[in-house]
Design a protein around this ligand. Structure first.
Ligand SMILES: Nc1nc2c(c(=O)[nH]1)N[C@H]1C(S)=C(S)[C@@H](COP(=O)(O)OP(=O)(O)OC[C@H]3O[C@@H](n4cnc5c(=O)[nH]c(N)nc54)[C@H](O)[C@@H]3O)O[C@H]1N2
Ligand SMILES: Nc1nc2c(c(=O)[nH]1)N[C@H]1C(S)=C(S)[C@@H](COP(=O)(O)OP(=O)(O)OC[C@H]3O[C@@H](n4cnc5c(=O)[nH]c(N)nc54)[C@H](O)[C@@H]3O)O[C@H]1N2
Ligand code: SF4
Ligand SMILES: [Mo]
Length: 732
């Protein structure tokens, strides 16, 4: 059966279908300065422009920037040369921040749904009405289903801390962040090996093996920029990816690895390092636990065996192991960031961590370094109230072995909500995140919203998640906001703090989420937990950092220089054995594999492909769906399919194809290219949106509709690459 979410509908068609045209027309502002293109016009700066520091919010990296302001309007954004973490860079998306600020389709007023959910019929509300309604719903849901019956989600934002604080004051354990869609399997793996989440010291590395990361397109500062510099300084880069990415194109060597076989390659590298005595003997003897068990464990994992699993030739695996051994300790297996890939992603990343430990690169130049604490305080302390009638735990508790208590797992929480097991959850507040586009199995997310009694979304744009809400609240954009401080760690780029002051006056009726939380707290008799201003919160954060506020005002960034390497000299590791754990006893006690065990992964059938996700330098997940400037660079998405596979299916470049999985189907144009393996297809994220108020509407297909919602069994991380699809030539 085709659900309405599977359909491809043009923007014009959608207006007709839902009768949303009148509503949308009423929402569109008449301010001519906001017409498309107006923000780009007249970017020549007039003499006397003002310069103000800000922090980019176009992705999670938080690069410090300088806004050039003319007549109260931002004309241009420039990088802050004093912000070492981005090495004085502001990427294409960062530059396009101006466009987002003056997006003619920005959310302007609180909106109440008046039609069916997702139909797009809205009524404008005043803020008081909107907040009274939200408070009333929160009270009613809390009373009827306990306070855990209301779930809170907050994306990667400097004000997200206030949502977590509100949830605690209100009494719900059910908080979610973007992290279970992003990196928690990797975080879990490194914490359970080193007791720390490492920061790669890319700038001084001599050798880097990068697998499952695409650092020249998926920008992470300072790694992306440092990788270029390190290569100029002689670093060797080897990339393994089923796709020929931009990073692969720049690498010294590239291998189109069979998806889901990284663990095999890594265990075979460990095999060679140990067998040929190429590991750092002194370091391993002194700082690690479990070499003997590991040596025995990797004995059968030979390069020849790994080659049959991964299609990376055995002699290449041996060569890489020897080169890593020769370049150590300034040699690394790049730890990666997004690890929302497979059912065993924690164990895959454990294998990465273990090889790094064998190379002795921990806490040393060109290796993996410990995140340095900059000394930023937690702000105004919260006295968390206790509510007696609450359930014992989070709604997703126990569905994965070792979840993080504040992050949980969106995928598993959604399952629990749909099953109403162990208890019903009937209210949802989402801030600065867009699960309708960024969580696998969009139809399931829509079903979760369908069974909610109240969904409130606060965004800058009518995202697909806002489109499903009962109440939509217009958020201030980062250039308008006063935000708390944020600490940043970054290898040799130094630990630092950034903060945001408003650059321009807020437009329309947009408000900061802090204000919304405070207003709601007052209405729910929780005002004592929000009886401070953002400035006061910020001052409390900075109380142990004398001179920081002045530095932030003068330079846009505050540094707290600290030791870079050798931080762990004389220190114990935060693991059970107090050493770096090659063998993890805690895992063994819990019935988990104490060392990564390779189990043959499921493979696509003859008529199927594995669908993988990945990034593009001018797209940020779903955030750029409202940015018409970025859309000019990447107007739509395509399905990458290998020529041999396409030929077998009679598909030619540019043909429309149907991509189908058990989660759903979409229609998209094929890009026939040998930049992907014959068993792997790929499409970009951030297209095929439902909301007609987004610049991306009517463009491309939605990958979240097709991705299957599997999960990493240890961390609860979403596992998007467990998706097998069929592809057939078929017009939309
Ligand atoms: N321009 C841009 N930059 C960004 C972001 C953005 O949206 N846009 N997002 C930011 C965020 S939140 C994050 S978490 C990071 C993510 O940074 P990365 O994790 O580097 O990003 P991806 O592009 O998802 O990289 C995953 C790569 O793994 C490959 N791959 C898939 N399956 C396998 C496999 O089994 N084995 C191997 N070896 N490779 C595989 C994919 O083809 C893809 O190229 O990027 C950050 N930077
Ligand atoms: N298919 C697929 N899914 C993915 C990924 C993928 O590569 N492919 N990547 C995964 C990863 S690594 C991550 S980190 C997650 C991220 O997933 P999300 O947390 O959903 O992040 P974004 O897609 O960036 O969506 C952010 C939302 O915040 C809104 N926003 C932007 N600025 C503001 C603001 O100032 N205020 C408010 N209130 N809202 C604002 C945007 O309009 C957008 O709706 O996605 C994950 N899901
Ligand atoms: S990497 Fe680009 S989009 Fe991300 S914060 Fe930095 S400038 Fe902004
Ligand atoms: Mo992410």
């Amino acid at each position: 059966m085709t659900s309405s979410l599977d359909q491809k509908i043009s923007r014009r068609g959608f207006f007709k279908l839902t009768g949303a045209a009148t509503a949308a027309a009423a929402l569109g502002g008449s301010d001519s300065a906001l017409k498309p293109g107006a923000a780009q016009a007249g970017t020549r700066l007039k003499p006397g422009f003002e310069s103000k520091y800000t922090v980019c919010d176009m992705c999670f990296n938080k690069c410090s920037a300088i806004a050039r302001v003319v007549d109260g309007k931002v004309q241009k954004l420039d990088p802050n040369p004093k912000f070492l973490k981005s090495r004085g860079m502001l990427c294409a998306k960062g530059n396009a921040g101006v466009r987002q600020q003056y997006d003619p389709d920005r959310l302007k007023y609180p909106l109440l749904r008046v039609g069916a959910r997702g139909e797009g019929k809205w009524k404008r509300l005043g803020w008081d009405e909107a907040l009274d309604l939200a408070a009333e719903k929160m009270k009613a849901i809390g009373e009827k289903y306990t306070r855990c019956g209301f779930m809170f989600m907050a994306g990667a934002d400097m004000q997200s801390t206030f949502i977590h604080r509100f949830a605690k004051a209100y009494g719900s354990y059910n908080t979610l962040s973007h992290e279970s869609q992003c990196l928690i399997a990797g975080t879990r793996a490194f914490l359970d090996t080193f007791g720390e989440v490492p920061i790669p010291d890319m700038l001084y590395a001599k050798y880097c093996l990068m697998m499952g990361a695409n650092r020249f397109e998926a920008l992470v500062t300072p790694d992306s920029i440092d990788m270029m510099t390190a290569m100029k300084q002689g670093m060797k880069l080897v990339v393994m990816d089923p796709r020929y990415t931009k990073t692969a194109a720049k690498a010294h060597e590239y291998y189109p690895i069979k998806p889901h076989s990284d663990m095999a390659v890594m265990l075979a590298i460990a095999h060679v390092l140990i067998k040929e005595g190429l590991y750092d003997r002194e370091f391993v003897a002194e700082k690690t636990y479990g070499l003997e068990q590991l040596a025995k464990h990797v004995e059968p994992y030979t390069p020849e065996w790994a080659a049959t699993e991964s299609e990376v030739p055995a002699e290449v695996i041996v060569k890489i192991a020897r080169e890593l051994g020769a370049a150590k300790p300034a040699a690394m297996i790049y730890p990666g960031r997004r690890s929302s890939n497979y059912r065993d992603s924690t164990q895959v990343r454990r294998a990465f961590a273990i090889v790094n430990a064998l190379l002795g690169n921990w806490d040393r130049p060109g290796g993996l370094t410990a995140a340095r604490m900059v000394g930023l305080g937690g702000g105004v302390p919260l006295e968390e109230p206790f509510y007696e009638n609450n359930p014992a735990d989070r709604v997703d508790a126990g569905r994965a072995t070792l979840m993080f208590p504040e992050e949980g797992s969106f995928k598993l929480a959604r399952d629990a909500v749909l099953e109403a097991n162990p208890y019903p959850v009937k209210g949802f507040f989402c801030y600065h995140s867009n699960p309708m586009q960024t969580v696998a199995n969009r139809a399931k997310t829509a079903r979760m919203f369908d069974q909610m009694e109240f969904v409130m979304v606060m965004d800058v744009a009518m995202s697909d998640t806002a489109w499903m809400a009962d109440l939509v609240l217009p958020s201030q954009y980062y250039l308008e906001r006063l935000d708390p401080c944020s600490a940043q760690q970054g290898s040799s780029a130094c630990a630092c703090v950034v903060m945001r002051d408003p650059v321009v006056k807020p437009m329309f009726e947009a408000k900061p989420v802090f204000w919304v939380m405070r207003q709601l707290a007052n209405r729910l008799e929780l005002g004592e937990h929000f009886n401070f201003s953002v400035e006061e919160f910020r001052n409390a954060q900075l109380k142990d950092l004398p001179g920081a506020l002045e530095a932030l005002q003068k330079d846009g960034v505050y540094y707290n220089p600290s030791k870079l390497y050798g931080v762990y000299e004389g220190r114990i590791y935060k693991t059970k054995s107090q050493k770096i754990e090659l063998f993890n006893q805690r895992y063994a006690d819990m019935g988990l594999d104490p060392m990564p065990v390779y189990r043959k992964p499921a493979q696509p059938e003859a008529d199927q492909f594995r669908l993988v996700v990945g990034r593009n330098a001018v797209v940020t997940q779903s955030s750029s769906t409202s940015n018409s400037l970025l859309m000019e660079f990447q107007p739509t998405n395509h399905l990458w399919i290998n020529p041999a596979a396409a030929k077998g299916l009679g598909i030619e470049d540019g043909d429309w194809v149907k991509v189908a999985s058990p989660a759903g189907k979409q229609w998209i144009q094929a890009k026939v290219t040998d930049m992907t393996r014959p068993d792997t297809v790929y499409m970009e994220t951030g297209f095929g949106v439902l909301s007609p108020q987004l610049a991306a509407h009517g463009r491309g297909a939605c990958i979240a509709q097709v991705l299957v919602d599997d999960f990493d069994q240890i961390s609860g991380n979403m596992a998007m690459h467990e998706t097998f699809v069929t592809v057939s030539k078929e017009a939309a």
